[in-house]
Design a protein around this ligand. Sequence first.
Ligand code: SAM
Ligand code: SF4
Length: 449
Amino acid sequence: MEKTISAYKVHIETFGCQMNEYDTEVVRSLLKAKGFVFTEDRECADVILMNTCAIREHAHNKVYGHLADLKALKRQRKLVVGVLGCMAQNLKEEVTVTAPIVDVLVGPDSYRQLPDLLTRAIASQRTGDVAKGIAVDLSEYETYQDIMPERAAGVTAWIAIMRGCDNFCTFCVVPYTRGRERSRDPQGIIREAEHLAAQGYKQITLLGQNVNSYRFEDWDFARLITGVADVPGIKRVRFTSPHPKDFPPALLDAMAGHTHICKHIHLPLQAGNDRVLKLMGRTYSRKGYLDLVEVIRRRSANIALTTDIICGFCTETEEEFLDTYRAVQDVGYHAAFIFKYSERKNTIAARKYQDDVSERIKSDRVTRLVDLQKAISLQKNRSMIGQTVQVLVEGDAKRSSDQWMGRTDNNITVVWEKCGTGTRPGDFTPIKISRVSATTLLGEEIPIR
Ligand code: SAM
Ligand code: SF4
């Protein structure tokens, strides 16, 4: 007897950023509505989907590595393989030619077509056909506004408030893989937040490639984040990422005035040298960025700043890199994601500039910056020893189920021993910090009398 769709088990692997994690939740919702079921175990899956990232070479190679594994699996049994997300969009010819085992290829704006394409791929495997299902058109309107993402139970959730990006930073593939910028209707976002609160979620992170440019009729980002922070039951709201070129004072007012909006800003610097920033198309200067940091800190002295930096962009000299190094010293970030420049197909930099900084120099610059950032983070964390911080308990620590893990309002990870106090995920618990590393605060729970 032939299997019905509900007997086909789907396994999804997600690569890349939080936006991709969110998209996987949208995909799960779309597939569940059509009767598909899911499995965490790829060994017993009939359909394996990879939601991919194209942002750097490394992410791209990882997906090719997984596709090679699946080739072996597909020789042993019937299996439908799908590539979703940014690689599907940007590398459609390459993926279908170099990885003929891929049956279905679906870009970030075409997930609504996925259930039908999978159903057809399953049917064609039954009949021995090899027809491929490809849907990679970009849309100016798709926001999945009506889809309630299928989330794993927990206390923290993401909501995408916009999709795409119009900035065209010269190094970045996002405008080509995710298309034009579009904002979601705020009422739908607030309804999603209310739904999350009713399910017991305590924290929401609002996602967009440039949240400052959120616009829907007369709603801007400051109004939206305040609306989400006002939802009863939601105790913490975070956001990522704002672009330094247009950080609105109204957002700082909202952050200073609302206790539910977390005191943390991820403010990507990318480079601390004006010529390199210009070449990257970032449209702010080193001084403009540092002035903004000062304004932010004057408004909220206890705010934590984190950033993204790219080392070894086209033609970056040692002196120019040292400007970035000094900017990192000057700002004193709580944490930084530091990347080697990775040339991406179709981008302005790939078309116009030469990727002429050697791998050795790129790696050396990354190492020096990572070492600097570690020392700064350690120093900041050491200053917390002896203090008591309010932590949202997220769940078991990664290393041991005898420990809890949570985060401060500033987004710093805290780990402590479980001590039979009845603490649960979703609780807000005071923790006295006793030891630290560059990435984590360790402490003891203070019993609430
Ligand atoms: N929209 C965010 C912004 O404007 O900062 C960035 C989103 S991007 C998904 C995340 C980070 O990846 C960027 O901030 C940048 O540091 C890094 N990135 C993007 N393209 C890159 C490339 N070609 N090579 C290395 N790192 C890259
Ligand atoms: Fe990429 Fe720039 Fe858009 Fe960020 S703002 S997603 S770096 S193009």
